[in-house]
Design a protein around this ligand. Structure first.
Ligand code: DQQ
Length: 577
């Protein structure tokens, strides 16, 4: 049943494209000039169930919330084009987090305190079900200030219109050590034991990165606390801080403004280096500071929310289902001129439930259950075995729009190769070296998606198992290097490691959501997530193949493989409003 991976590589060698060694010894594909490369403008790259506006540029998710029965998603939006600029707050509403109704922009650049941009911010539900949004404005001098808006008409279920506070900006970029051009992205508010509201704002403070702490009685008049919530000299600025509480081993969410159980931990998420990182620790009420459980000076070692293309994320407590949900922005990885030609750029990842593992060390994420409403017929295979070189084609689902769940069970863990901690400093480099066709003791095994007939184009999402002293470390890679024959794309081999109790668990799961140009993967039950964008050209006009594979020496069983075609969601379809 399973074919060999090697036979496909041979086919690729003798097909219209040519696999050769690059100057650094890497394997690269050359393809004849005559090969037709489809235009990037094709609607085939536009996602069918990820969040995006009808057109133009989108970046950070802003102020996500559930309020009076409606989910709101705001977003950084350029009303004039498909590159970053002229930023206002786009606005959409939903009852299920998957189908969205587009509305008029909620916050526009029409006052001195936001004339140069209405940047990222957060929503807070105040006692008495009152609602407030605090966001960053870029003022005429391009200083960053914090502004307030409130709904104009609370009887409008969609909250279409918003009124700016008369005393905006409510926070000026002043105070010792503060860089007025690096002071933005206020968090959702929370109440301290003194009954005062608190928010954190991302900043550069004396050259260090900081989540600055502000206090207020009424959410309108704010005072900077004399110390930050947390700061670090390992980096120089944090964008989009997010601060929330989680209970170890409990997938339910917590509302930061409600009573927080003693056993809870706190999470500080920060956006830097084009990725979202986090620390787990405690919020010390006495000192009003966040104290991380572990402090790592080298920020390359900080935990990641996602190892791929996922930035500026923001979470909220969903009181409808008692869970915490995180949204992140995923950029295009084509060129700006491609985006201008397409007329759109940027999507949001599928909203994910986020919680803390029972050891209190690692955040886990899983696509919200509502996305399963898009699943069509189920393809189900059980009891497969993938020997070394094994390749099993998954047929019968729409390979451009699919949800695939595979459990991999190891027949032995004896052959795990030794783990080298230096790989943690540059996991992408390790994913490049230990690619999908490079044999290991256990792995690589995983999933190949959007593969052309002869594999000259494909995206591989795979695992390898390493033994590290008393524990096992799992490498998860999402390798985009062969995802497209089109030149000029950003095609890294993303990767991350997670610890796993293999003796207890035995199985390693992979879930991948394929949505035309999005490949969003969740490994080990959500311990490692990798969001990626791909623009295949050889498969778009034809058939794309999808395979489970194993190129490791240890045979891998697949007790269960399920795949579904995914229906198109109603995402901001014009005329719905
Ligand atoms: N995007 C916003 C800023 C934020 C950045 C501007 C992060 O507020 O720091 O569009 O992507």
């Amino acid at each position: 049943m399973a074919q060999s991976w090697a036979s496909f590589l041979l086919l690729a060698l003798f097909s219209s494209s040519l696999l050769v060694c690059g100057s650094n010894g890497e394997r690269v594909f050359l393809y004849p000039q005559s090969q037709k490369v489809s235009s990037i403008v094709s609607q085939r790259y536009r996602t069918a169930y990820h969040f995006q506006p009808p057109k133009n540029w989108i970046n950070d998710p802003n102020g996500p919330m559930y309020y009076n029965g409606i989910y709101h998603e705001f977003y950084q939006y350029n009303p004039n084009g498909s590159v970053w600029g002229n930023i206002v707050w786009g606005h959409s509403v939903s009852t299920d987090l998957i189908n969205w109704i587009p509305l008029e922009a909620a916050i526009e650049r029409d006052t001195p305190s936001d004339i140069n941009g209405c940047w990222t911010g957060s929503a807070t539900i105040l006692p008495g079900n009152r609602l407030v949004i605090i966001y960053t404005g870029a003022d005429p001098e391009k200083r960053q200030v914090q502004n307030i808006v409130v709904p104009k008409n609370l009887s409008d279920p969609y909250l279409r219109e918003w009124t700016k506070a008369g005393n905006n900006p409510v926070i000026q970029p002043v105070g010792p050590g503060l860089n007025s051009g690096q002071f933005r992205d206020p968090t959702t508010g929370w109440i301290g034991p003194d009954g005062l509201w608190r928010i954190a704002v991302g900043a550069e403070l004396n050259g260090d990165s900081a989540a600055l702490l502000y206090k207020s009685k009424d959410f309108l008049n704010w005072t900077r606390v004399d110390h930050p919530l947390y700061s670090s000299n390992s980096s120089s600025m944090w964008e989009c801080p997010d601060f929330f509480a989680v209970l170890p081993g409990n997938s339910g969410g917590l509302d930061l403004s409600a009573a927080i159980p003693n056993a809870a931990k706190h999470v500080l998420k920060m956006s830097l280096d084009s990725c979202d990182k986090y620390m787990i620790g405690v919020y010390d009420l006495k000192s009003d500071t966040f104290i991380p459980d572990t402090v790592l000076d080298d920020r390359r070692l900080w935990s990641r929310i996602d190892y791929g293309n996922f930035y500026a994320s923001k979470s909220f407590f969903d009181s409808k289902k008692g869970r915490r949900i995180i949204w992140g922005w995923t950029n295009e990885t084509d060129s700006s001129s491609d985006d201008v030609a397409k007329g759109w750029a940027g999507i949001h990842a599928i909203p994910r439930t986020i919680w803390l593992d029972s050891h209190g060390k690692q955040l886990l994420q899983w696509p919200v259950e509502e996305v399963e409403s898009l699943r069509g017929n189920e393809i189900n295979h059980q009891g497969l075995e993938l020997k070394k070189g094994g390749l099993f084609e998954i047929k019968g689902a729409d390979s451009f729009q699919a949800d695939v769940e595979i459990d991999f069970e190891l027949t032995s863990i004896d052959k795990a190769d030794p783990f080298d901690p230096s790989w943690l400093l540059d996991v992408e480099k390790h994913c490049r070296e230990a690619g999908a066709s490079v044999n290991g003791g256990i792995g690589p095994f995983g999933l190949v998606v959007l593969a052309s007939d002869n594999m000259e184009e494909h995206t591989a999402v795979h695992f390898r198992v390493y033994k590290s002293e008393q524990k096992y470390m799992i490498l998860m890679c999402s390798d985009l290097r062969s995802s497209s024959l089109r030149p000029g794309l950003y095609t890294p081999a993303y990767g991350g490691f997670f610890e796993y109790d293999l003796e207890k668990e035995k199985k390693i799961s992979l879930r991948t959501l394929i949505d035309r140009s999005a490949v969003e993967s969740f490994g080990g039950g959500g311990r490692a997530c990798i969001m990626a964008r791909v623009y295949p050209v050889a498969v778009v006009d034809g058939v794309a193949h999808m395979y489970a594979f194993n190129n490791g020496s240890t045979t891998v069983r697949v007790p269960q493989l399920r795949a579904w075609s995914m229906r198109r969601a109603q995402v901001n379809v014009k005329g719905m409003e």
